[in-house]
Design a protein around this ligand. Structure first.
Ligand code: PMP
Ligand code: GLU
Length: 378
């Protein structure tokens, strides 16, 4: 066979998925592996959301829908964005996608031309760089301050004549940190000074512990140059539904729409009815899950600190990000093989020397993981 795509050959498989697959393989071989690897709520999707989806399926919502999404859902998302995120939004400014991941990919395709640079703030979630590369762009990594997890003036040093986009993610996967108003202002000034587009991934906005979420698009005139990405996976425990969305200025949204029409068409029709129930229904399920994540976070952070680990702030999402000695890849391999605890090494997030522990797992499992890690470090 002749050479296949070099573009894809240069991209590593998703580290989060690879480790979680390995943990699952060991579990099915009967090994008692505790997985703190993948970032996926362990709760079931709330029942009222399922019921609306099942009813939609029963009444025959099984055909193509408008390609930018079910109009009722786009309208509900626009209303949510205006009310909660303080960003002007019409239903025409919304595209519903197959998960936030798909929205990120479509945004990269819509904005980047071959050779255009996208700045990614590290530590960064595993799929930003590959999405830039698949779109033909060039990822340019820029480190956050690894104590405060904020941006500083050095961001401007990364700008070249090819820079087109900055990607931000707050609350952050993997660090759980939240960009403060100073960082958001600096990012917004940089975007305006250099005519850049921002992609703001806000998928963890509902999972905050003592902080308030501020959308980048609500800062200054950023709504005109920001693609806000969000979804249902984390807030409503709907990872398998593959439902997300983006809000973007019209010129960008129409290009994302073209990518969507020629690739996925639109997300599954009846799943979108479930998404509508999630957004319009009782939000106490979100708060119930947030409180449980907060309880686990408090427990895990205290235990890790008692073991002597330095960690990122853990103000949001459901990850503890801890500094470790030695090679993080080797340590993660060692913990999986010998402790049967799966974690994701910082190298996967472009910051070697750290490990990410997802606390989206039961208290009992967390307690056992802590016991095993403590026994190995003391
Ligand atoms: N962004 C971040 C930061 C994430 O952690 C995830 C989780 N996989 C996604 C996007 C993608 O989420 P979705 O399941 O909606 O595609
Ligand atoms: N966002 C989750 C994680 O980082 C899910 C896996 C993925 O999509 O990468 O573990």
């Amino acid at each position: 066979m002749r050479e296949l795509s070099g573009k894809i050959a240069g991209i590593a498989p998703s580290a989060t998925m690879a480790i979680s697959n390995e943990a699952k393989k060991m579990q099915s071989a009967g090994i008692d592996v505790i997985s703190l690897s993948i970032g996926e709520p362990d709760f079931d999707t709330p029942d009222h959301i399922k019921v609306v989806c099942i009813n939609a399926l029963r009444r025959g919502e099984t055909h193509y829908a408008p390609s930018n999404g079910l109009p009722e859902l786009n309208q509900a998302i626009a209303a949510k964005i205006e009310k909660e995120n303080h960003v002007p939004c019409r239903k025409e400014d919304v595209i519903v996608t197959c998960g936030a991941k798909d929205a990120i990919y479509e945004a990269m395709e819509a904005v980047l031309d071959r050779g255009d640079e996208a700045i990614i703030l590290d530590p960064s979630w595993v799929s930003y760089e590959p999405c830039v590369q698949i779109a033909g762009g060039r990822p340019v990594h820029h480190p956050l301050n690894m104590r405060t997890f904020q941006v500083d003036d050095s961001l401007a040093d990364r700008i070249t004549s090819h820079t087109r986009m900055i990607v931000i993610n707050s609350p952050s996967n993997p660090s759980g940190s939240v960009l403060d108003k100073g960082s958001l202002r600096l990012i917004s000034d940089t975007c305006e000074d250099y005519d850049l587009i921002a992609l703001s991934d806000e998928i963890y906005e509902k999972l905050l512990y003592g902080k308030e979420h501020v959308s980048l698009a609500s800062v200054g005139d950023m709504a005109q140059r920001t693609i806000t990405v969000n979804g249902f996976s984390k807030a409503y425990a709907m990872t398998g539904w593959r439902l997300g969305y983006a809000v973007a200025p019209p010129q960008i949204l129409s290009r994302m729409s073209i990518v969507q029409q020629h690739t996925i068409s639109h997300p599954t029709s009846f799943a979108m009815w479930g998404g509508l129930a999630a957004i319009e229904g009782d939000q106490s399920c979100v708060e119930m899950m947030r409180l449980e994540f907060a309880r686990r976070r408090d427990y895990l952070m205290k235990e890790l600190s008692q073991m002597g680990f330095e960690s990122a702030p853990a103000d949001g999402a459901f990850y503890a990000y801890i500094r470790v000695e030695g090679d993080d890849m080797e340590l993660a391999g060692d913990w999986l093989k010998n402790l049967h605890v799966a974690v994701t090494p910082g190298t996967a997030f472009n910051t070697p020397g750290w490990e990410r522990l997802s606390y989206a797992t039961s208290m009992a499992q967390l307690g056992e993981a802590v016991r095993r890690i403590r026994a190995s470090v003391t």
